[in-house]
Design a protein around this ligand. Structure first.
Ligand code: SF4
Length: 373
C-alpha cells in the first residue's frame, strides 16, 4: 500500500551544492563477464546523497538496483567484475581504493543491511558476540564495554530481554529479531551511510513496518544517510526523501519521492504504481501486471529498453534510445520520449488504442485492468 508520511528534512537537499554531498556517484558502470557475453548490470548511474537524507532505489528484480548498491560499497568482487565511473565518499574517490582501505570503511563509515539474516549471521556464534565483535573491530574498547554497548543496541532496537538475547544463537531468535540483530551489527559503529537492501522482504507486513520505522528512527537520531533498496514502492513511499527508479541497469526516473509517486513521468514508474495495491482499489478488480519480462542484459533492445512492455510505445521508441533528461520543475529527471501526462503521450495512447496494439506489437488489452470473475 503506498502511504505518505512526514520525514526529517536532513542537512541539505540531494539536489543541493555538489560539494556538500556525503556520497557522489557519477557515470557509474558495473559490468560482468559471463559465458553468454558482457552484462552491463549498472549503466551510467549518477546521483548524490547528503547527510541525514534517504534515497530510495526501486525496480523489478534484475533492474540493477542491488548490483548498484553492492558495487558502490565494492562488495561485488572477482576477476569478471569491471567497475568504472566515479564514487566519491566523504570527498575521497573510493572506486580504486585497495581492499585494505575498504576494510576500514566497511562497518565504520559505510554499512549494509542484507535481506536474509540467516546468511548474514554466523549460525555458530552467539548473536551478542557478533555485534560486540563488530564494535571491537573498529573501536579500541574492552570486551565488557563492547558487550554493554551491544546490549544497549539490542534494547534500542526493540528486542525484549536484550541480556538474554545477547547470549542466544541466531536459530533461537524469530525472523524479526534476527533482522533487528543484523541492523544492530550494521549500526554498531555509527556509520555515516547505510545501505539497506530489501531489509524486510522475508518478514510479515507488521514486522516489516516495525523494522522500517526503527531504521528511520535510528537514521534521524544519528544524522545517517540511507539508501533503501526495494522492489516495493510501498516500502519507499513516505520513508525516503528522493527516489531513483531503475530499469535495465539505467536510471529511468529520479526526483523527490512524493513528486515521483504522485505524478510519475516515466511509463515504467506509472506501471509499477498501478501494480501496487491501494486502499481505494475496487475490491472486484485484479491488480494490473506489467506485460512481458525485464530486458536481457546481454542484449538490450535498441531504442528504449522499456518499449517492448510500454503501453505508449511508438515506432520512434523502438529505434531511438531516450537520454535521461531534466524536467523543467522540481529537480526531476526521466528517460522517456513521451513522458506521462504530455500531449505526445496522450496522442500515443489514442493511436495505440485505435490500432489495438503498441508499436512493439503488444495488444492494448494487456494494459486494461482485469475484472475478477
Ligand atoms: S520512450 Fe517510448 S517506449 Fe520508452 S517509456 Fe517512453 S513512451 Fe514508453
Amino acid at each position: 500500500m503506498v502511504e505518505h508520511r512526514q520525514l526529517p528534512t536532513g542537512e541539505t537537499s540531494t539536489h543541493g551544492p555538489e560539494s556538500r554531498a556525503l556520497l557522489e556517484v557519477k557515470e557509474f558502470v558495473t559490468e560482468f563477464a559471463t559465458p553468454h557475453g558482457r552484462v552491463r548490470a549498472v549503466d551510467g548511474v549518477t546521483f548524490s546523497l547528503d547527510w541525514g537524507r534517504t534515497m530510495g532505489i526501486v525496480g523489478e528484480s534484475g533492474s540493477g538496483k542491488t548490483v548498484l548498491a553492492r558495487s558502490i560499497m565494492k562488495l561485488t568482487r572477482g576477476s569478471n567484475v569491471k567497475r568504472s565511473g566515479s564514487v566519491v565518499f566523504k570527498g575521497r574517490e573510493i572506486l580504486d581504493a585497495p581492499p585494505r582501505e575498504m576494510r576500514k570503511i566497511w562497518g565504520l563509515e559505510m554499512a549494509m543491511v542484507f535481506q536474509d539474516p540467516m546468511t548474514t549471521l554466523h549460525p555458530l556464534h552467539r548473536v551478542g558476540w557478533q555485534i560486540s565483535e563488530a564494535i571491537r573491530e573498529h573501536n579500541p574498547c574492552s570486551r565488557t564495554e563492547a558487550r554493554d554497548r551491544a546490549v544497549e543496541l539490542l534494547r534500542s532496537l526493540g528486542i525484549p530481554e536484550p541480556d538474554r538475547r545477547y547470549r542466544q544463537y541466531p536459530h533461537q531468535l524469530s525472523g524479526g529479531m534476527r533482522q533487528r540483530a543484523i541492523i544492530g551489527i550494521s549500526l554498531a559503529c555509527d556509520p555515516g551511510l547505510l545501505f539497506a537492501d530489501e531489509p524486510t522482504t522475508a518478514l510479515d507486513v507488521t514486522v516489516q513496518a516495525q523494522i522500517l520505522d526503527l531504521l528511520g528512527q535510528h537514521q534521524a537520531e544519528r544524522r545517517m544517510a540511507m539508501v533503501l533498496v526495494s522492489h516495493d514502492l510501498a516500502v519507499v513511499a513516505g520513508r525516503t526523501h528522493d527516489l531513483i527508479v531503475m530499469y535495465g541497469g539505467q536510471v529511468v526516473e529520479r526526483g523527490p519521492t512524493a513528486a515521483v509517486l504522485n505524478k510519475p513521468l516515466m511509463p515504467y514508474t506509472e506501471a509499477l504504481l498501478e501494480s501496487t495495491p491501494r486502499l481505494d482499489s475496487p475490491s472486484e478488480s485484479r491488480l494490473p501486471t506489467i506485460p512481458g519480462r525485464p530486458p536481457n542484459p546481454v542484449a538490450f533492445p535498441p531504442g528504449c529498453r522499456f518499449a517492448p512492455r510500454c503501453r505508449y510505445a511508438q515506432a520512434q521508441c523502438l529505434t531511438e534510445a531516450p537520454p535521461l533528461v531534466a524536467d523543467h520543475v522540481g529537480g526531476r529527471q526521466h528517460r522517456c520520449l513521451l513522458p506521462v501526462g504530455s500531449d505526445a503521450a496522450t496522442h500515443a495512447l489514442e493511436v495505440n488504442h485505435r490500432k489495438g496494439k503498441t508499436a512493439a506489437g503488444v495488444p492494448m488489452e494487456f494494459f486494461e485492468q482485469k475484472q475478477v470473475t
